[in-house]
Write a protein that binds this ligand. Structure first.
Ligand SMILES: Cc1cc2nc3c(=O)[nH]c(=O)nc-3n(C[C@H](O)[C@H](O)[C@H](O)COP(=O)(O)O)c2cc1C
Length: 233
């Protein structure tokens, strides 16, 4: 399996470097203990999936949503994880900003082995997944932090489905990703292409192994990035 992963990642990294000049890789984190997921990998019941509202509102005074896709199970470089790499970063952003959160989940559970996930991710490119639940109050948000793992040098298909499900005109989208070397891989341009009437800000890229194993470092990167975007700590 390792050989297959390395070949896949090398190919993606080369593609990314050629196409995008590579995204900046910012890193993070402390060795916080992972919380067990209650649901199967990427699947949730519709009633459970709606934005989690915070009671305190946002520190910036803006109406902010953190929407993210992230999987547990076997992941590259980090073994079998109980909290997704991107979810860790999403929580850091939500904690710092007081934003509501929405976890993008598929109605079909994803495989929990890495090899299974590689296959499933390719298949869903031609057979897109359905997302559980909706952000009913999307109109209320002016800024969306959008998080995802880099898959094949791009955003996962389910994130594209999410972007095509709402009107983001006039909104600011701030992308953040976790990855295994590709950085943002030009995914900010993917998002701009799908949401031409939104403003897509400079993204944050955190290596998945950093998010998982060095949370202090991840937190530092998140704090700096938020500050650059006007979210003072
Ligand atoms: C199907 C698949 C494709 C991937 N492709 C890339 C890639 O092209 N470049 C890269 O740097 N990492 C790639 N990765 C690694 C993930 O981006 C990385 O492990 C990420 O942190 C996983 O985040 P999550 O736990 O939130 O799902 C890939 C992982 C999977 C499962």
């Amino acid at each position: 399996m390792k050989k297959r992963l390395s070949i896949m990642l090398c190919a993606c990294l080369l593609l990314t470097a050629a196409a995008c000049g590579g995204g900046g890789t910012l890193e993070s984190d402390e060795n916080g203990s992972a919380q067990p997921e209650k649901k199967p990998n990427g699947a949730a019941s519709p009633s459970e999936n709606e934005p989690e509202q915070t009671s305190e509102g946002t520190a910036s005074g803006r109406n902010v949503l953190v929407a993210y896709f992230s999987l547990t199970g076997e992941q590259y470089e980090v073994g079998v994880i109980e909290k997704g790499n991107t979810e860790i970063v999403a929580e850091l952003i939500a904690d710092a900003t007081g934003a509501d959160t929405f976890k993008i989940e598929s109605t079909e559970a994803y495989p929990t082995t890495y090899d299974g996930l590689l296959d499933a991710s390719r298949k869903e490119e031609t057979d897109p997944p359905e997302i559980v639940g909706t952000v009913e109050n999307m109109d209320d948000y002016d800024t969306i932090f959008l998080g995802y793992p880099i898959w094949w040098g791009d955003t996962p298909t389910i994130v594209k489905v999410f972007l095509q499900s709402y009107d983001f005109s006039g909104k600011t989208i701030l992308p953040f990703c976790t990855h295994a070397g590709s950085g943002l891989a030009g995914t900010d341009r993917t998002i701009s292409g799908l949401c031409p009437d939104s403003t897509v800000g400079e993204g944050l890229a955190v290596r998945g192994s950093t998010a998982q194993n060095d949370r202090e470092s991840a937190k530092k990167s998140v704090t700096e990035w938020l500050s650059d975007n006007g979210y003072a700590s």
